[in-house]
Write a protein that binds this ligand. Structure first.
Ligand SMILES: Nc1nc2c([nH]c(=O)n2[C@H]2C[C@H](O)[C@@H](COP(=O)(O)OP(=O)(O)OP(=O)(O)O)O2)c(=O)[nH]1
Length: 129
């Protein structure tokens, strides 16, 4: 199963959700920005690279949410909790982004594989830091 990494970009009690534009079946659905791990790169490095490419900002990985979820039969999703360390996220590949608080996580139509991560994320967003 090829690894796909998503980033839960957390700031001020909110997480950034991004709306996909492709493929047609996933257009309009929301996800954690990220993508496929390439070659020999580590999952942490893949998250940092994908966020730079997709949102033009620098992040650092804090930890990984529990679990790994199959995406179809070929890929599997893990999600890192990350912080922005430089720049501001500006979507280059998504057509919208939203900062969601814990109680707003269910307001968007997440891709199916992302949903199992939302409970842990909700709890994390509720802890003041
Ligand atoms: N990035 C991302 N992809 C997800 C999530 N949930 C989920 O099911 N996926 C799926 C959608 C895609 O089938 C696959 C990741 O593809 P992608 O298009 O984001 O990856 P990539 O940027 O490396 O793309 P590519 O150049 O190979 O097209 O995983 C998620 O939260 N984030």
């Amino acid at each position: 199963m090829h690894p796909v990494v998503g980033a839960a970009i957390v700031r001020d009690g909110r997480v950034l959700a991004a709306r996909r534009t492709r493929p047609a079946a996933a257009a309009g659905r929301w996800e954690f920005p990220g993508g496929k791990v390439e070659g020999a790169e580590s999952p942490d490095d893949a998250v940092v690279r994908e966020i730079e490419e997709e949102l033009g900002c620098a992040v650092s990985v804090e930890r990984w949410l529990e679990g790994a979820v199959p995406i179809g039969t070929t890929h599997r999703l893990t999600v890192a909790v990350v912080r922005i360390v430089a720049g501001e996220p500006v979507p280059h590949e998504h057509d919208a982004v939203r900062w969601l608080a814990a109680e707003e996580l269910d307001d968007v139509d997440w891709l199916e594989p992302d949903r199992p991560f939302l409970a842990e994320l909700r709890a994390l967003l509720r802890v003041p830091i």
